[in-house]
Design a protein around this ligand. Structure first.
Ligand SMILES: Cc1ncc(COP(=O)(O)O)c(C=O)c1O
Length: 488
């Protein structure tokens, strides 16, 4: 998909130029692969500075309408002559809440992520090549030098003050004003969600979430003996607020766990009006929403990054995030701002993990406060967008006809729906025999509805070996489609 440009009035020069070019691309006056004027040429033609043109081109890059090719200039994005796969449709109506049992398969998939003998598309762990390793290393060294005492001091409390301040500042980009005093640091986003679930549920309770959903969430629910109520989810627009509203009216939902930006695995992003409705709905029903904002910086537009929490002024939304997928996976520091449950979450953290990872938090605070943060995110988004586009095209060529593939506006994941009746577990086994790991669809739900789907995590290495392996997964998929094509 080529993302649409955000709606707004062209109130600055660069926006006006970007809007004119976007209109020409949409009208087909500028076709896929066409070369755009150089920065210098366009600046001269339009009578503006080169910086204005660069900003206009960046805006179009963020919207994935154009792409920069090293030493060649800017081109209209997209490839010509490539088969494009259709996207999946909204997932079905919610059944009853279900107990969860995904643990052993999830463990098997995750165990192969770092096995050098395998090409792994199983996890969503981004590889080191996507990050500024040297910058992270220097920040960790600086933290150790500047805060020597912290190594031999028992840390207690909610987290390093510098880190909590940096998170509050970063949250402004999500539209949220947070009090650093209410922020609690965690070891990653998963730990933040775990604290929130502990604060608001008891074993046996029902938690509503997207369908399909992250298997990490299902593992959490399983470990806490919670039941999952899966809510229909649209591959582009995310969780259906109407279906959730029905579920809240009819079922004993104790908490909602949602990823409004780049939900895992479908990559959907809720439109802003739906985010607002979701905030109003949970406040009306007085049910906590655990909002996961870990992927938000991977979307280019403010609207897509805006947190549901920004519409909540009564503390019903518990905001959870981390920088594992956007800055420094190895540092794995996250945070939670738990609204009404802040004190409870602080207490649970003290009881369960006791302290915090002070040095890593200080290093992350350093990274978050450095200039160039947004341009680092932009670079990451562009690299990953080009990769996803390439992977999508490869998959469209090699997978069986009738396969549907998501087209997310960012992130590292493709969700692939094989023709109905295909056996994704058989594909998983066939891939393992060829030392390729994928994540079978059954891992992402308790309903058994995604037995014909797979998730491809594309954050790891991306070389010819991965390209070839991806083509091979597509070829092997032909062997798991029911005879005669899609089953009725
Ligand atoms: C939606 C979502 N939330 C949370 C996590 C875990 O984040 P962290 O590594 O920071 O614990 C993942 C990891 O894949 C994820 O996909």
């Amino acid at each position: 998909m080529q993302a649409t440009m955000p709606d707004r009035t062209p109130d600055t020069l660069y926006q006006r130029i970007a809007d004119q070019l976007a209109a020409s691309i949409r009208a087909g006056t500028l076709g896929r692969g066409d070369r755009l004027a150089s920065v210098r040429e366009l600046a001269r033609q339009q009578g503006v500075s080169m910086a204005t043109v660069v900003q206009a081109y960046r805006t179009l890059e963020d919207a994935r309408l154009i792409e920069a090719r090293p030493r060649s200039g800017y081109f209209v994005a997209g490839r010509t002559g490539v088969r494009r796969a259709a996207e999946p449709e909204t997932t079905p109506l919610p059944p009853q809440a279900q107990p969860v049992a995904v643990r052993s398969l999830a463990a098997q998939v995750m165990s192969l992520v770092h096995d050098p003998a395998f090409v792994s598309f199983g996890a969503v762990w981004p590889g080191a090549d996507l990050f500024q390793e040297e910058r992270v290393r220097r920040a960790v060294t600086r933290a150790a030098q500047r805060h020597r005492a912290s190594l031999c001091r028992y840390p207690t409390g909610s987290g390093a003050a510098e880190f909590r301040r940096a998170v509050a500042r970063h949250a402004l980009a999500l539209g949220c004003r947070l009090d650093p005093e209410h922020i609690v640091s965690t070891t990653g986003c998963q730990a933040a969600i775990s604290l929130c679930l502990r604060a608001v549920t008891q074993p046996g309770d029902v938690v509503a979430l997207e369908s399909p959903t992250s298997f990490g969430f299902l593992e959490l629910l399983e470990s806490m003996h919670l039941r999952a109520l899966e809510i229909p989810t649209h591959p582009r627009h995310g969780l259906s607020v109407d279906a959730l509203s029905l579920a809240l009216d009819t079922q004993p939902v104790k908490a909602i766990l949602a990823v409004p930006t780049l939900a895992n695995p479908m990559g959907s992003c809720m439109p802003v009006p739906e985010r607002r409705r979701l905030a109003q709905l949970v406040a009306r029903h007085r049910v906590p929403l655990i909002e996961d904002v870990l992927y938000n910086p991977l979307c280019a537009h403010d609207d897509q990054r805006r947190a549901v929490r920004s519409f909540d002024d009564a503390g019903w939304v518990m905001l959870c995030g981390s920088y594992s997928k956007t800055m420094a996976p190895g540092v794995r520091v996250g945070y939670v701002e738990a609204g009404r449950w802040t004190e409870e979450v602080k207490h649970l953290k003290a009881v369960h993990s006791g302290s915090f990872t002070e040095l890593m938090e200080l290093a992350l605070a350093d990274l978050l406060m450095q200039p160039g943060l947004e341009s680092g995110f932009r670079q990451l988004r562009n690299t990953v967008a080009a990769r996803l586009e390439e992977a999508r095209a490869l998959a469209a060529e090699s997978f069986p006809r009738g396969t549907r593939i998501t087209d997310p506006p960012g992130g590292y994941i493709l969700w692939v729906e094989l023709p109905a009746g295909s056996d994704a577990m058989a594909l998983y086994q066939a891939c393992l025999r060829e030392r390729i790991c994928i994540a079978p669809g059954s891992l992402f739900s308790t309903t058994g509805r995604y037995g014909h789907c797979i998730r491809l995590g594309l954050g790891g290495r991306w070389t010819d070996a991965q390209r070839q392996a991806l083509r091979r997964v597509g070829e092997l998929a032909h062997g798991v489609v029911p005879a005669g094509g899609a089953a009725a």
